[in-house]
Design a protein around this ligand. Structure first.
Ligand code: 97T
Length: 236
């Protein structure tokens, strides 16, 4: 998959996009991730990308031209752009379901804003999706873009190997994961549940299922209700 990211702070991505899972996906050729500096498409020698808001008010607004010029240079025309995600607090909240949809695309463009906002014409004419990563305020779209790229990349074929099948996965099934334990079997008075050391694989599977349901009900009643309304009745 190819992902282009347009941002005013390209250095922001240095650690996140080079390390760990993303770094490996890139060096293995599974992910073609390119970060572009919005200022490369500024039109004056001061590389200005923002201006005062029409109608007055505090703060600056990111101009439309650098975004449109970036899209036209990267893809030839606005019409030829890939699925284009604008990270913005007004977007719909990112969910695993949307992550799965995005991971199925051959190519994505992510647009990151800063300052008080982006000219509305970028929202209207360039974004195919407006996405938020949660109801809190960030300084810009970069951290949100990192979250989206990591969530998408781990679903790409070959990135995770066979370690995670998707069946067991948190959210994919609508439930949180079951509790995990490793050695020691007893630690500070807290013992590993006996079923896990029993060697009875069917009993382990049943315990994990029951724990996933109980943990979800306790920690995420909202997810639990949604699960119970859909697959919960048939499957569990
Ligand atoms: O708060 C923001 C500012 C700019 C761009 C994105 C965000 C944001 O995205 N998800 C939550 C907040």
């Amino acid at each position: 998959m190819r992902i282009d990211v347009v941002s005013l702070f390209v250095d922001f991505f240095r650690g996140p996009f080079d390390a760990s899972l993303l770094g490996r996906a890139r060096t293995e050729g599974l992910l073609d991730l390119r970060v572009h500096d919005l200022r490369d498409w500024a039109r004056d020698r001061h590389r200005t990308v923002d201006d005062q808001p029409y109608g007055g008010g505090a703060g600056m607004v990111l101009k439309p031209e650098p975004f449109f010029d970036a899209v036209e240079q990267l893809y030839g025309s606005v019409e030829a752009r890939p699925r284009t995600v604008l990270l913005t607090p007004r977007g719909r909240t990112l969910t695993q379901q949307l992550v799965e949809q995005l991971a199925a695309e051959p190519q994505l463009l992510l647009l990151c804003g800063r300052y008080e906002g982006i000219d509305e014409r970028v929202h209207r004419a360039l974004a195919t999706d407006e996405v938020s990563v949660g109801d809190y305020v960030l300084a810009g779209g970069e951290a949100a873009a990192c979250i989206l790229v990591e969530a998408v990349t781990r679903l790409l074929p070959g990135v995770m190997g066979n370690a995670t099948s998707g069946v067991d996965e948190s959210f994919a099934a609508g439930l949180l994961e079951y509790p995990h334990y490793t050695r020691p079997a007893s630690y500070r008075g807290m013992d590993v549940p006996a079923v896990l050391t029993s060697g009875d694989h069917a009993a382990v599977a049943a315990w994990r299922r029951e724990q996933a349901v109980a943990t979800t009900r306790q920690l995420r009643p909202d997810l639990f209700e949604a699960w119970r309304r859909s697959d919960g009745e048939g499957a569990g």
